[in-house]
Design a protein around this ligand. Structure first.
Ligand code: SAM
Length: 264
């Protein structure tokens, strides 16, 4: 039974880190006039209303993307700013793009888009949100979909793995899945998001990923205060295999943004 709903957390500081790096990588990959595949294993509903009661209840978007935009923290030219503008034009001034809409805003007609989402309501909402695009939306386990598509056609491309980690065994099995995906799709950029937790539950997963010495590996982490006293998540991380050229510099810019936010 899936209980996680991203609407409570959409636009929080973890989304800012994840979506900023994702958007930058997609903008980089689309500089070349060659088609690519984009695959997401845990897509969510695609678009979020930041004035919805769920979002207002936690205040995570207010402390996250809303604060970043108010302080012009991203810059108008950042690909995530462009994706947010495109989302707001279509879905309203207080909407926020989930990763599928970030990708849809930045990718081109020639690219292939695949999304997996298991939750029936989130799946239905995602299909609706993606109607203007030629995207394939699957109500299927994301890891299963990823393994069945790899290597995708076209072979150039990026996969985002963004689990809610509701199933604790995900931490143990993800390094093996990423290793297998890389063996099947050695040119693919594979990006995993993970939470930084006070109890260090993510640490073993990271050690197992790093032990595999996957090519072009980038580990980027930012820290932020817990959303509520006692909340376990105190930061956000991305582990990227075959990270595109320049991703490290973009990661450093994102780190600088978080340092400024933490100093305020
Ligand atoms: N990637 C989204 C974004 O950044 O906007 C957020 C995704 S949210 C963290 C995780 C989503 O994965 C939830 O909507 C949940 O219903 C879905 N989910 C959980 N287990 C799944 C599975 N095994 N396969 C596919 N989707 C799953």
């Amino acid at each position: 039974m899936l209980s996680y709903q991203h609407i409570y957390h959409a636009g929080n500081l973890a989304d800012v880190q994840k979506h900023a790096l994702l958007a930058w990588m997609l903008a980089y990959l689309t500089r070349k006039d060659k088609p690519l595949s984009y695959i997401e294993t845990h897509a969510g509903r695609g678009v979020y209303e930041l004035q919805a009661p769920e979002a207002l209840k936690t205040g995570e978007a207010a402390a996250g993307i809303s604060r970043v935009l108010e302080n012009h923290g991203l810059g108008e030219d950042h690909p995530l700013s462009r994706a947010i503008d495109a989302c707001r034009e279509r879905f309203g001034e207080t909407s926020y793009p989930g990763s599928p809409l970030v990708a849809a805003a930045l990718l081109r007609e020639m690219d292939s888009l695949h999304f997996a989402e298991l939750h029936p309501q989130e799946y239905a909402a995602l299909r609706q949100a993606l109607r203007p695009w030629h995207a394939k939306v699957h109500q299927q386990d994301g890891f299963e979909l990823a393994l069945s598509l790899a290597p995708p056609t076209p072979r150039r491309g990026l996969m985002l793995i963004d689990p809610s980690f509701e199933i604790k065994s995900d931490y143990a099995r993800i390094p093996g899945i990423i290793g297998k995906l890389h063996r099947k799709w050695n040119v693919g950029v594979i990006a995993l998001w993970y939470p930084i937790l006070t109890d260090g539950a993510h640490q073993k997963m990271l050690s197992a990923l790093e032990t595999q010495a996957l090519p072009g590996a980038l580990r980027h982490e930012v820290r932020f205060p817990p959303v509520r006293a006692g909340h376990r998540m105190v930061g956000s991380g991305m582990f990227v295999v075959n990270a595109p050229f320049g991703a490290e510099e973009e990661a450093a810019r994102i780190s600088a943004l978080f340092e400024r936010l933490n100093q305020d």
